[in-house]
Ligand binder design. Structure first.
Ligand SMILES: *Cc1c(COP(=O)(O)O)cnc(C)c1O
Length: 371
């Protein structure tokens, strides 16, 4: 006979999902109500304004897409790119490659800027590409590359794009809530994130935000958005402010209770405080790893505090150590991807999981497994 599924209690210090706040888990279990219930609609408005705070934006179109970060990515691309459009795509890890895939499936032309895995996007190369491709309508890049633990200079890249009259499309799945991100100040036009990284929430929702310039481009489209579900013209009818909420799809009611709670936690702590907590715990982890003889893949100035990509010491069996950490310590850390498989571990200190107890626990478990 099959029984109820009772998951083991793990400490999640990989590339995501990360530990979920107990407050969020409790919020998820509250009674489900109708998604057009006035009480629920009131909560949706609060989710919108809490998201505006997290993104540091006044953008009216700031909503959670009812699907994971990958759907937020697709939502940005299918709405902003039309067949024949040129998009400059920066790739320095896994997720830039997915951006290319999105552009090409839409029938757009992706001009690729390649940087080594473990290095940030090179603004010099972006400037050159913007000059060489005046026809480019969008610059797309990943702010925090979870596959390599690298942070790129979003502020500089956005300024360059603006000087060339290009819109910006930014992946902030791992940066939101963990590292400074200022949508309005930096002039980001389209941005997507995820709930399962630094927001301390469960996987499955993707906060997105669009500037007035981005909405103008969407409204001026000559072709319909080929995705019915992600077509913002339709989604706006559901999330839109003054207009009556039209049924589009059944909102994931309980998941949105969870997001509401997680954003409330972020607001209570304060964004700046959350950013500095991530930095502090990263510094403590780094000091401890150095004592174990473990060094970082990424140069100090481009390191993500919430995702520590570290070189696996010579002669150490990657899979064996990770299996022991999981079996003996209920501790999950991430493996390397692609060219970095077997070469690096990715130790996440994201959201609720970014705390001193986890830092000490991970260091002690690693020291034991490596001795
Ligand atoms: C995790 C992640 C995604 C995808 O999010 P999912 O919720 O797994 O779909 C996209 N981009 C980056 C940088 C990520 O870290």
């Amino acid at each position: 006979m099959t029984n109820s599924f009772i998951p083991p209690v793990r400490t999640l210090m990989g590339p995501g999902p990360s530990d979920v706040s107990p407050r969020v888990l409790e919020a998820l279990s509250r009674p489900t109500i109708g998604h057009l219930d006035p009480a629920f609609v009131g909560m949706m408005d609060e989710v919108k304004s809490l998201l505006q705070y997290a993104f540091q934006t006044k953008n009216e179109l700031t909503i959670p897409v009812s699907a994971p970060g990958s759907a937020g990515m697709e939502c940005c691309f299918v709405n902003l790119v039309e067949p024949g459009d040129t998009v400059i795509v920066c790739q320095n890890g896994v997720f830039g490659g997915r951006m290319k895939e999105n552009v090409e499936r839409i029938g757009g032309k992706a001009v690729m800027i390649q940087d080594d895995w473990g290095k940030p996007v090179d603004p010099q190369k972006v400037e050159e590409a913007l000059k060489q491709h005046p026809e480019a309508k969008i610059l797309a890049f990943v702010h925090a590359e979870t596959s390599t633990g690298v942070q790129s200079d979003a502020e500089t890249l956005c300024r360059m794009a603006r000087e060339h009259d290009c819109l910006t499309l930014v992946d902030a799945v791992t940066s939101l809530g963990g590292t400074p991100l200022k949508v309005d100040e930096w002039g980001i036009d389209a941005i997507y994130s995820g709930t399962q990284k630094c927001l301390s929430c469960v996987p499955g929702l993707s906060p997105v935000s669009f500037s007035a310039r981005a909405i103008e481009k969407i409204k001026a489209r000559k072709t319909p958005v080929q995705s019915w579900f992600l077509d913002l013209n339709l989604v706006m009818g559901y999330w839109g402010g003054e207009s009556k909420r039209a049924y589009h799809h059944t909102a994931p009611v309980n998941a949105l209770y969870g997001l509401h709670e997680s954003l409330l936690i972020l607001e209570e702590e304060g964004l700046e405080q959350a950013w500095s907590r991530h930095q502090r715990n990263h510094a403590a982890l780094k000091a401890g790893l150095e004592r174990l003889g473990i060094d970082f893949l990424v140069d100090p100035e481009a390191r993500l505090p919430q995702l520590n990509a570290v070189n696996i010491p010579q002669g150490v069996d990657d899979a064996k150590i990770r299996t022991r950490l999981l079996d003996e310590y209920n501790l999950e850390i991430g493996a390397g991807l692609g060219a970095l498989a077997g070469k690096v571990w990715r130790i996440g200190l994201m959201g609720h999981a970014s705390n001193m107890k986890n830092v000490m626990f991970c260091l002690a478990a690693l020291a034991d497994c490596l001795s």
